[in-house]
Design a protein around this ligand. Structure first.
Ligand SMILES: C[S@@+](CC[C@H](N)C(=O)[O-])C[C@H]1O[C@@H](n2cnc3c(N)ncnc32)[C@H](O)[C@@H]1O
Length: 468
Protein backbone atom coordinates (compact mmCIF):
# COMPACT_ATOMS: atom_id res chain seq x y z
CA UNK A 1 0.00 0.00 0.00
CA UNK A 2 1.25 3.49 -0.83
CA UNK A 3 2.18 5.67 2.11
CA UNK A 4 -0.28 8.51 1.67
CA UNK A 5 0.76 11.59 3.68
CA UNK A 6 -2.53 11.64 5.56
CA UNK A 7 -2.15 8.02 6.69
CA UNK A 8 -1.11 7.57 10.30
CA UNK A 9 1.13 4.59 10.97
CA UNK A 10 1.75 3.29 14.46
CA UNK A 11 4.85 1.20 15.08
CA UNK A 12 5.71 -1.44 17.70
CA UNK A 13 2.14 -2.44 18.43
CA UNK A 14 2.25 -5.62 20.52
CA UNK A 15 -0.68 -7.95 19.89
CA UNK A 16 -1.89 -9.77 22.97
CA UNK A 17 -5.39 -11.16 22.41
CA UNK A 18 -8.43 -11.65 20.22
CA UNK A 19 -11.51 -9.47 20.05
CA UNK A 20 -14.94 -9.69 18.50
CA UNK A 21 -15.41 -10.25 14.74
CA UNK A 22 -11.98 -11.88 14.35
CA UNK A 23 -9.94 -8.79 15.21
CA UNK A 24 -6.83 -8.89 17.38
CA UNK A 25 -6.16 -6.59 20.34
CA UNK A 26 -2.86 -4.84 20.87
CA UNK A 27 -1.22 -1.87 22.55
CA UNK A 28 1.29 0.67 21.28
CA UNK A 29 4.30 1.66 23.42
CA UNK A 30 2.18 4.44 25.02
CA UNK A 31 -0.42 1.89 26.12
CA UNK A 32 -3.12 2.91 23.62
CA UNK A 33 -5.41 0.01 22.69
CA UNK A 34 -5.98 -1.01 19.07
CA UNK A 35 -8.34 -3.50 17.43
CA UNK A 36 -6.33 -4.79 14.53
CA UNK A 37 -7.19 -6.91 11.51
CA UNK A 38 -4.48 -9.14 10.04
CA UNK A 39 -2.50 -9.82 13.22
CA UNK A 40 -2.38 -12.68 15.73
CA UNK A 41 -1.47 -12.73 19.44
CA UNK A 42 2.31 -12.61 19.85
CA UNK A 43 2.92 -10.47 16.72
CA UNK A 44 4.63 -7.11 16.83
CA UNK A 45 3.29 -4.95 14.00
CA UNK A 46 3.14 -1.57 12.35
CA UNK A 47 -0.44 -0.62 11.72
CA UNK A 48 -2.31 1.84 9.61
CA UNK A 49 -4.56 3.67 12.04
CA UNK A 50 -8.19 3.77 10.92
CA UNK A 51 -11.15 5.08 12.89
CA UNK A 52 -11.68 5.50 16.63
CA UNK A 53 -14.73 3.80 18.09
CA UNK A 54 -15.79 4.04 21.71
CA UNK A 55 -12.33 5.13 22.83
CA UNK A 56 -10.49 2.35 20.96
CA UNK A 57 -8.61 2.77 17.68
CA UNK A 58 -9.10 0.34 14.83
CA UNK A 59 -6.21 -0.46 12.57
CA UNK A 60 -4.98 -2.66 9.76
CA UNK A 61 -1.60 -4.37 9.70
CA UNK A 62 0.83 -2.58 7.41
CA UNK A 63 3.86 -4.68 8.34
CA UNK A 64 4.54 -7.58 10.68
CA UNK A 65 7.85 -6.56 12.21
CA UNK A 66 8.09 -9.60 14.46
CA UNK A 67 5.87 -12.57 13.64
CA UNK A 68 4.33 -14.50 16.49
CA UNK A 69 5.64 -18.04 17.11
CA UNK A 70 1.92 -18.95 17.35
CA UNK A 71 1.33 -18.15 13.67
CA UNK A 72 0.28 -21.08 11.49
CA UNK A 73 -0.04 -21.46 7.73
CA UNK A 74 -3.78 -21.19 6.87
CA UNK A 75 -4.98 -24.35 5.09
CA UNK A 76 -7.69 -22.62 3.04
CA UNK A 77 -6.85 -20.81 -0.19
CA UNK A 78 -9.66 -18.29 0.47
CA UNK A 79 -8.22 -17.28 3.84
CA UNK A 80 -8.16 -13.51 4.24
CA UNK A 81 -10.77 -12.81 1.55
CA UNK A 82 -13.71 -14.81 2.85
CA UNK A 83 -15.19 -13.67 6.14
CA UNK A 84 -15.20 -17.20 7.58
CA UNK A 85 -12.35 -18.82 9.51
CA UNK A 86 -10.38 -15.74 10.53
CA UNK A 87 -8.18 -17.53 13.06
CA UNK A 88 -6.83 -20.24 10.76
CA UNK A 89 -3.46 -18.48 11.01
CA UNK A 90 -3.35 -19.00 14.79
CA UNK A 91 -2.34 -22.18 16.60
CA UNK A 92 -5.52 -24.03 17.70
CA UNK A 93 -4.40 -24.45 21.34
CA UNK A 94 -3.84 -20.68 21.43
CA UNK A 95 -7.30 -20.04 19.92
CA UNK A 96 -8.77 -22.01 22.83
CA UNK A 97 -6.69 -20.15 25.39
CA UNK A 98 -7.78 -16.83 23.91
CA UNK A 99 -11.46 -17.80 23.82
CA UNK A 100 -11.32 -18.80 27.46
CA UNK A 101 -9.78 -15.40 28.22
CA UNK A 102 -12.59 -13.62 26.31
CA UNK A 103 -15.13 -15.35 28.58
CA UNK A 104 -13.15 -14.50 31.72
CA UNK A 105 -12.83 -10.84 30.63
CA UNK A 106 -16.55 -10.50 29.82
CA UNK A 107 -17.49 -11.98 33.19
CA UNK A 108 -15.08 -9.79 35.09
CA UNK A 109 -15.74 -6.54 33.23
CA UNK A 110 -19.41 -6.76 32.31
CA UNK A 111 -20.98 -9.18 34.79
CA UNK A 112 -18.53 -8.29 37.59
CA UNK A 113 -18.37 -11.98 38.45
CA UNK A 114 -15.12 -13.56 39.59
CA UNK A 115 -16.20 -17.22 39.28
CA UNK A 116 -13.35 -19.28 37.86
CA UNK A 117 -13.79 -20.18 34.19
CA UNK A 118 -13.35 -23.93 33.62
CA UNK A 119 -10.97 -25.12 30.92
CA UNK A 120 -12.62 -24.66 27.54
CA UNK A 121 -13.70 -27.87 25.81
CA UNK A 122 -11.98 -27.85 22.42
CA UNK A 123 -13.42 -29.20 19.19
CA UNK A 124 -12.83 -32.85 18.31
CA UNK A 125 -12.31 -31.83 14.69
CA UNK A 126 -11.28 -28.49 13.27
CA UNK A 127 -12.48 -29.11 9.68
CA UNK A 128 -15.78 -30.31 8.25
CA UNK A 129 -17.40 -29.66 11.62
CA UNK A 130 -20.48 -27.79 10.37
CA UNK A 131 -23.74 -29.54 9.47
CA UNK A 132 -25.17 -26.44 7.78
CA UNK A 133 -23.70 -23.91 5.38
CA UNK A 134 -25.34 -21.14 3.37
CA UNK A 135 -23.87 -19.90 0.09
CA UNK A 136 -24.96 -16.75 -1.72
CA UNK A 137 -25.17 -16.20 -5.46
CA UNK A 138 -24.18 -12.77 -6.71
CA UNK A 139 -23.67 -11.22 -10.12
CA UNK A 140 -20.66 -9.40 -8.64
CA UNK A 141 -17.57 -11.31 -7.68
CA UNK A 142 -15.37 -9.96 -4.89
CA UNK A 143 -11.92 -9.21 -6.31
CA UNK A 144 -9.00 -10.31 -4.18
CA UNK A 145 -6.45 -7.75 -2.98
CA UNK A 146 -3.86 -9.42 -5.25
CA UNK A 147 -6.16 -8.94 -8.26
CA UNK A 148 -6.74 -5.28 -7.40
CA UNK A 149 -3.02 -4.69 -6.84
CA UNK A 150 -2.19 -6.32 -10.21
CA UNK A 151 -3.78 -3.36 -12.10
CA UNK A 152 -5.37 -5.85 -14.53
CA UNK A 153 -8.77 -4.83 -15.84
CA UNK A 154 -10.87 -7.80 -14.66
CA UNK A 155 -14.35 -8.21 -16.14
CA UNK A 156 -17.16 -8.37 -13.60
CA UNK A 157 -18.39 -11.96 -13.27
CA UNK A 158 -20.91 -13.92 -11.19
CA UNK A 159 -19.87 -15.75 -8.03
CA UNK A 160 -21.23 -18.26 -5.55
CA UNK A 161 -19.79 -18.43 -2.07
CA UNK A 162 -19.68 -16.17 0.97
CA UNK A 163 -20.18 -12.44 1.26
CA UNK A 164 -16.94 -10.67 1.92
CA UNK A 165 -17.15 -8.84 5.27
CA UNK A 166 -18.93 -5.54 4.84
CA UNK A 167 -19.84 -6.15 1.16
CA UNK A 168 -23.53 -7.00 1.04
CA UNK A 169 -23.60 -7.07 -2.78
CA UNK A 170 -20.35 -8.90 -3.52
CA UNK A 171 -19.48 -12.54 -3.02
CA UNK A 172 -16.15 -14.33 -2.73
CA UNK A 173 -16.25 -17.11 -5.33
CA UNK A 174 -15.52 -20.23 -3.28
CA UNK A 175 -13.83 -23.23 -4.88
CA UNK A 176 -13.22 -25.24 -1.73
CA UNK A 177 -14.53 -24.65 1.77
CA UNK A 178 -13.41 -26.85 4.68
CA UNK A 179 -16.35 -26.14 6.97
CA UNK A 180 -18.64 -28.95 5.81
CA UNK A 181 -18.20 -32.37 4.20
CA UNK A 182 -16.66 -31.98 0.73
CA UNK A 183 -19.97 -32.71 -1.01
CA UNK A 184 -20.83 -29.10 -0.17
CA UNK A 185 -18.11 -28.04 -2.63
CA UNK A 186 -19.23 -30.44 -5.32
CA UNK A 187 -22.84 -29.23 -5.17
CA UNK A 188 -21.96 -25.52 -5.12
CA UNK A 189 -19.40 -25.84 -7.93
CA UNK A 190 -21.79 -27.95 -9.99
CA UNK A 191 -24.45 -25.27 -9.69
CA UNK A 192 -21.98 -22.61 -10.81
CA UNK A 193 -21.19 -24.57 -13.99
CA UNK A 194 -24.84 -25.56 -14.65
CA UNK A 195 -25.94 -21.93 -14.21
CA UNK A 196 -23.47 -20.74 -16.80
CA UNK A 197 -24.56 -23.46 -19.25
CA UNK A 198 -28.27 -22.71 -18.75
CA UNK A 199 -28.12 -18.93 -18.43
CA UNK A 200 -29.42 -18.90 -14.83
CA UNK A 201 -28.58 -15.44 -13.60
CA UNK A 202 -27.25 -14.72 -10.12
CA UNK A 203 -28.88 -12.17 -7.85
CA UNK A 204 -27.99 -8.49 -7.84
CA UNK A 205 -28.43 -7.22 -4.28
CA UNK A 206 -28.47 -3.59 -5.41
CA UNK A 207 -31.08 -3.77 -8.17
CA UNK A 208 -32.87 -6.88 -6.81
CA UNK A 209 -32.74 -8.51 -10.22
CA UNK A 210 -31.46 -11.97 -11.06
CA UNK A 211 -32.75 -15.44 -10.36
CA UNK A 212 -30.63 -17.55 -7.96
CA UNK A 213 -30.20 -16.01 -4.49
CA UNK A 214 -28.93 -18.47 -1.85
CA UNK A 215 -28.65 -22.14 -1.07
CA UNK A 216 -28.67 -23.80 2.35
CA UNK A 217 -27.00 -27.20 2.61
CA UNK A 218 -27.57 -29.33 5.67
CA UNK A 219 -26.09 -32.79 6.22
CA UNK A 220 -26.19 -35.44 8.90
CA UNK A 221 -23.43 -37.79 10.01
CA UNK A 222 -25.03 -40.66 8.09
CA UNK A 223 -24.51 -38.80 4.78
CA UNK A 224 -28.02 -37.52 3.96
CA UNK A 225 -28.37 -33.98 2.66
CA UNK A 226 -31.22 -31.47 2.87
CA UNK A 227 -31.01 -28.55 0.47
CA UNK A 228 -33.08 -25.37 0.38
CA UNK A 229 -32.64 -23.23 -2.72
CA UNK A 230 -33.79 -19.61 -2.57
CA UNK A 231 -34.83 -17.90 -5.78
CA UNK A 232 -35.69 -14.28 -6.43
CA UNK A 233 -38.55 -15.39 -8.72
CA UNK A 234 -39.53 -18.55 -10.54
CA UNK A 235 -38.12 -17.37 -13.90
CA UNK A 236 -41.01 -18.93 -15.84
CA UNK A 237 -40.67 -22.22 -14.01
CA UNK A 238 -36.92 -22.42 -14.55
CA UNK A 239 -36.58 -22.94 -10.79
CA UNK A 240 -37.87 -26.46 -11.46
CA UNK A 241 -34.94 -27.04 -13.85
CA UNK A 242 -32.47 -26.03 -11.12
CA UNK A 243 -34.08 -28.40 -8.62
CA UNK A 244 -34.13 -31.25 -11.15
CA UNK A 245 -30.47 -30.63 -11.96
CA UNK A 246 -29.66 -31.12 -8.26
CA UNK A 247 -31.73 -34.29 -7.84
CA UNK A 248 -30.37 -35.81 -11.07
CA UNK A 249 -26.76 -35.27 -10.09
CA UNK A 250 -26.63 -35.80 -6.34
CA UNK A 251 -28.24 -39.00 -5.03
CA UNK A 252 -27.09 -37.97 -1.53
CA UNK A 253 -29.87 -35.35 -1.48
CA UNK A 254 -32.59 -36.85 0.69
CA UNK A 255 -34.73 -33.71 1.03
CA UNK A 256 -35.06 -30.72 -1.29
CA UNK A 257 -36.96 -27.50 -0.64
CA UNK A 258 -37.17 -24.15 -2.36
CA UNK A 259 -38.18 -20.65 -1.39
CA UNK A 260 -39.22 -17.79 -3.65
CA UNK A 261 -37.96 -14.79 -1.73
CA UNK A 262 -39.11 -11.45 -3.16
CA UNK A 263 -37.93 -9.46 -0.15
CA UNK A 264 -34.89 -7.25 -0.18
CA UNK A 265 -33.20 -9.26 2.57
CA UNK A 266 -32.12 -12.90 2.65
CA UNK A 267 -33.64 -14.06 5.95
CA UNK A 268 -35.96 -17.03 5.44
CA UNK A 269 -37.65 -17.30 8.84
CA UNK A 270 -40.73 -15.49 7.46
CA UNK A 271 -40.74 -17.31 4.09
CA UNK A 272 -42.58 -20.44 2.94
CA UNK A 273 -40.22 -23.35 2.33
CA UNK A 274 -41.86 -25.43 -0.41
CA UNK A 275 -41.16 -29.14 -0.44
CA UNK A 276 -39.98 -30.36 -3.86
CA UNK A 277 -38.43 -33.80 -3.38
CA UNK A 278 -37.69 -36.60 -0.93
CA UNK A 279 -38.10 -36.56 2.84
CA UNK A 280 -39.51 -33.58 4.66
CA UNK A 281 -36.85 -33.73 7.38
CA UNK A 282 -33.25 -34.60 7.98
CA UNK A 283 -32.70 -36.94 10.93
CA UNK A 284 -29.73 -36.58 13.27
CA UNK A 285 -28.96 -38.18 16.64
CA UNK A 286 -27.44 -36.62 19.72
CA UNK A 287 -26.54 -39.48 22.07
CA UNK A 288 -29.85 -41.17 23.02
CA UNK A 289 -32.16 -38.72 21.18
CA UNK A 290 -33.12 -38.56 17.48
CA UNK A 291 -34.12 -35.27 15.90
CA UNK A 292 -36.15 -34.55 12.81
CA UNK A 293 -34.96 -31.20 11.51
CA UNK A 294 -37.02 -29.08 9.12
CA UNK A 295 -35.56 -26.58 6.62
CA UNK A 296 -36.22 -23.51 8.75
CA UNK A 297 -35.48 -24.92 12.19
CA UNK A 298 -32.45 -24.14 14.29
CA UNK A 299 -30.22 -27.09 15.08
CA UNK A 300 -26.79 -26.81 16.72
CA UNK A 301 -24.43 -26.41 13.77
CA UNK A 302 -21.58 -28.51 15.12
CA UNK A 303 -23.15 -31.91 15.81
CA UNK A 304 -20.02 -33.31 17.51
CA UNK A 305 -19.71 -30.44 19.97
CA UNK A 306 -23.49 -30.26 20.45
CA UNK A 307 -23.24 -33.67 22.12
CA UNK A 308 -20.48 -32.38 24.39
CA UNK A 309 -22.58 -29.31 25.20
CA UNK A 310 -25.78 -31.25 25.95
CA UNK A 311 -23.85 -33.67 28.18
CA UNK A 312 -22.59 -30.64 30.14
CA UNK A 313 -26.10 -29.17 30.39
CA UNK A 314 -27.46 -32.52 31.64
CA UNK A 315 -24.73 -32.78 34.25
CA UNK A 316 -25.29 -29.21 35.47
CA UNK A 317 -29.09 -29.64 35.53
CA UNK A 318 -28.54 -32.67 37.80
CA UNK A 319 -32.07 -34.00 37.32
CA UNK A 320 -33.47 -36.83 39.47
CA UNK A 321 -36.78 -37.47 37.67
CA UNK A 322 -39.01 -35.31 39.86
CA UNK A 323 -38.28 -31.86 38.38
CA UNK A 324 -40.32 -29.52 36.21
CA UNK A 325 -37.88 -28.05 33.68
CA UNK A 326 -38.44 -24.98 31.49
CA UNK A 327 -36.44 -24.92 28.26
CA UNK A 328 -36.48 -21.36 26.92
CA UNK A 329 -35.51 -20.77 23.26
CA UNK A 330 -35.94 -24.49 22.69
CA UNK A 331 -35.59 -24.63 18.86
CA UNK A 332 -36.86 -28.08 17.85
CA UNK A 333 -37.09 -29.01 21.53
CA UNK A 334 -33.50 -30.14 21.48
CA UNK A 335 -32.25 -29.66 25.05
CA UNK A 336 -35.67 -30.41 26.56
CA UNK A 337 -35.97 -33.72 24.72
CA UNK A 338 -32.39 -34.60 25.64
CA UNK A 339 -33.26 -34.11 29.34
CA UNK A 340 -36.82 -35.49 29.22
CA UNK A 341 -36.16 -38.99 30.54
CA UNK A 342 -34.62 -37.56 33.73
CA UNK A 343 -37.40 -35.00 34.39
CA UNK A 344 -41.01 -35.05 35.51
CA UNK A 345 -42.03 -32.52 32.85
CA UNK A 346 -40.39 -30.33 30.24
CA UNK A 347 -41.95 -27.07 29.04
CA UNK A 348 -40.33 -25.50 25.99
CA UNK A 349 -40.81 -22.11 24.31
CA UNK A 350 -39.62 -21.13 20.82
CA UNK A 351 -40.66 -18.34 18.45
CA UNK A 352 -40.52 -20.22 15.12
CA UNK A 353 -43.80 -22.15 14.73
CA UNK A 354 -42.26 -24.67 12.29
CA UNK A 355 -39.58 -25.50 14.89
CA UNK A 356 -42.33 -26.19 17.44
CA UNK A 357 -44.01 -28.49 14.91
CA UNK A 358 -40.66 -30.30 14.63
CA UNK A 359 -40.45 -30.44 18.44
CA UNK A 360 -43.82 -32.23 18.56
CA UNK A 361 -42.66 -34.70 15.88
CA UNK A 362 -39.46 -35.28 17.82
CA UNK A 363 -41.38 -36.08 20.96
CA UNK A 364 -43.23 -38.77 19.03
CA UNK A 365 -40.07 -40.01 17.29
CA UNK A 366 -38.43 -40.59 20.68
CA UNK A 367 -41.56 -41.95 22.41
CA UNK A 368 -41.41 -39.09 24.91
CA UNK A 369 -44.67 -37.95 26.49
CA UNK A 370 -43.70 -35.51 29.23
CA UNK A 371 -42.94 -32.43 27.10
CA UNK A 372 -45.13 -29.47 26.15
CA UNK A 373 -43.94 -26.94 23.59
CA UNK A 374 -45.22 -23.43 22.91
CA UNK A 375 -44.66 -21.25 19.84
CA UNK A 376 -44.09 -17.56 20.51
CA UNK A 377 -41.72 -14.96 21.88
CA UNK A 378 -40.42 -15.95 25.33
CA UNK A 379 -41.04 -12.36 26.41
CA UNK A 380 -44.77 -12.71 25.66
CA UNK A 381 -45.33 -16.30 26.76
CA UNK A 382 -43.43 -16.50 30.03
CA UNK A 383 -45.83 -14.93 32.51
CA UNK A 384 -47.39 -15.54 35.91
CA UNK A 385 -50.38 -17.20 34.19
CA UNK A 386 -47.97 -19.47 32.37
CA UNK A 387 -46.26 -20.73 35.50
CA UNK A 388 -49.58 -21.05 37.31
CA UNK A 389 -50.62 -23.40 34.49
CA UNK A 390 -47.41 -25.42 34.26
CA UNK A 391 -46.06 -25.15 37.76
CA UNK A 392 -42.98 -23.17 38.67
CA UNK A 393 -39.84 -24.84 37.33
CA UNK A 394 -37.25 -26.51 39.55
CA UNK A 395 -34.65 -26.07 36.83
CA UNK A 396 -34.68 -23.51 34.01
CA UNK A 397 -32.58 -23.84 30.87
CA UNK A 398 -32.18 -20.78 28.70
CA UNK A 399 -30.36 -20.70 25.35
CA UNK A 400 -31.12 -17.37 23.65
CA UNK A 401 -29.71 -16.12 20.32
CA UNK A 402 -26.64 -13.85 20.18
CA UNK A 403 -28.53 -10.78 21.39
CA UNK A 404 -29.14 -12.51 24.73
CA UNK A 405 -32.38 -12.31 26.70
CA UNK A 406 -34.80 -9.40 26.47
CA UNK A 407 -34.69 -7.29 29.64
CA UNK A 408 -38.34 -8.26 30.34
CA UNK A 409 -37.34 -11.94 30.27
CA UNK A 410 -34.50 -11.30 32.71
CA UNK A 411 -36.96 -9.50 35.00
CA UNK A 412 -39.35 -12.41 34.68
CA UNK A 413 -36.59 -14.86 35.62
CA UNK A 414 -35.86 -12.80 38.73
CA UNK A 415 -39.53 -12.90 39.66
CA UNK A 416 -39.84 -16.61 38.88
CA UNK A 417 -36.82 -17.34 41.14
CA UNK A 418 -36.14 -20.88 39.85
CA UNK A 419 -33.68 -22.61 42.23
CA UNK A 420 -31.30 -23.57 39.41
CA UNK A 421 -30.71 -21.86 36.03
CA UNK A 422 -28.48 -23.21 33.27
CA UNK A 423 -27.72 -20.37 30.85
CA UNK A 424 -26.28 -21.48 27.49
CA UNK A 425 -24.98 -18.65 25.34
CA UNK A 426 -23.26 -18.12 22.00
CA UNK A 427 -22.23 -14.61 22.99
CA UNK A 428 -20.37 -14.14 26.29
CA UNK A 429 -20.84 -10.34 26.15
CA UNK A 430 -24.65 -10.45 26.17
CA UNK A 431 -24.60 -13.38 28.60
CA UNK A 432 -22.43 -11.32 30.96
CA UNK A 433 -24.85 -8.37 30.58
CA UNK A 434 -27.76 -10.64 31.61
CA UNK A 435 -25.79 -12.20 34.47
CA UNK A 436 -25.03 -8.73 35.82
CA UNK A 437 -28.81 -8.36 36.35
CA UNK A 438 -29.49 -11.93 37.48
CA UNK A 439 -26.81 -11.54 40.18
CA UNK A 440 -29.42 -9.67 42.19
CA UNK A 441 -30.77 -13.07 43.25
CA UNK A 442 -28.30 -15.61 41.87
CA UNK A 443 -24.77 -16.82 42.47
CA UNK A 444 -22.78 -17.85 39.44
CA UNK A 445 -21.55 -21.32 40.41
CA UNK A 446 -19.66 -22.33 37.28
CA UNK A 447 -18.70 -21.14 33.80
CA UNK A 448 -17.90 -23.69 31.09
CA UNK A 449 -16.85 -22.46 27.64
CA UNK A 450 -17.06 -24.83 24.68
CA UNK A 451 -15.52 -24.35 21.26
CA UNK A 452 -18.23 -25.08 18.72
CA UNK A 453 -16.56 -23.10 15.90
CA UNK A 454 -12.79 -23.67 15.52
CA UNK A 455 -10.85 -20.95 13.63
CA UNK A 456 -13.58 -18.36 14.28
CA UNK A 457 -14.07 -15.88 17.12
CA UNK A 458 -17.36 -17.52 18.15
CA UNK A 459 -17.58 -18.91 21.70
CA UNK A 460 -20.26 -20.93 23.46
CA UNK A 461 -20.45 -20.65 27.23
CA UNK A 462 -22.60 -22.38 29.85
CA UNK A 463 -23.23 -20.66 33.17
CA UNK A 464 -24.75 -22.43 36.14
CA UNK A 465 -26.71 -20.12 38.47
CA UNK A 466 -28.04 -20.95 41.88
CA UNK A 467 -30.68 -18.98 43.74
CA UNK A 468 -29.37 -17.40 46.93
C1 LIG B 1 -29.28 -20.56 20.08
S1 LIG B 1 -30.77 -21.24 19.48
C2 LIG B 1 -31.02 -22.51 20.66
C3 LIG B 1 -31.95 -23.62 20.27
C4 LIG B 1 -31.93 -24.88 21.12
N1 LIG B 1 -31.84 -24.60 22.53
C5 LIG B 1 -30.83 -25.82 20.69
O1 LIG B 1 -29.95 -26.16 21.47
O2 LIG B 1 -30.87 -26.27 19.53
C6 LIG B 1 -31.91 -20.01 19.89
C7 LIG B 1 -33.33 -20.28 19.51
O3 LIG B 1 -34.14 -19.22 20.00
C8 LIG B 1 -35.14 -18.90 19.05
N2 LIG B 1 -35.54 -17.52 19.37
C9 LIG B 1 -34.92 -16.38 19.05
N3 LIG B 1 -35.53 -15.33 19.61
C10 LIG B 1 -36.58 -15.82 20.32
C11 LIG B 1 -37.58 -15.23 21.12
N4 LIG B 1 -37.61 -13.92 21.32
N5 LIG B 1 -38.51 -16.03 21.70
C12 LIG B 1 -38.46 -17.37 21.49
N6 LIG B 1 -37.54 -17.98 20.74
C13 LIG B 1 -36.59 -17.23 20.16
C14 LIG B 1 -34.47 -19.14 17.72
O4 LIG B 1 -35.42 -19.37 16.70
C15 LIG B 1 -33.61 -20.37 18.02
O5 LIG B 1 -34.32 -21.56 17.75
Amino acid sequence: MGRNKKNVFVTNVKISGIADRGKAVGRDPEGKVYFVSGAVPGDEVTILRLRKKRGVYEGRVEEITQPSPLRREPFCSHFGECGGCKWQNLDYAEQLKQKQQVVADAMRRIAKVDTEVSTILGGQRDREYRNKVEYSFSNKRWFTQAEIDSDTDFQQSPAVGFHSPGAFDKVVDIEKCYLQNDLTNQIRNHLRIASKANGWEFYDARTHEGFLRNIFLRNNRKGDWMLTVCFNHDNNDQHLDVLKELVDNFPQISALYYIINRKHNDSISDQDAIHYYGDKHLVEHLDHVSFKIGPKSFFQTNTYQAEVMYQQVAELAGLTGSEVVYDLYTGIGSIGLYLAKHAKAIVGIEEIPEAIEDAALNMELNSIDNCTFYAGDVKDILSEDFWNTHGKPDVLITDPPRIGMHKDVVDMLLELATPKVVYVSCNPATQARDLALLKEKYDVISLQPIDMFPHTHHIENIALLQLR
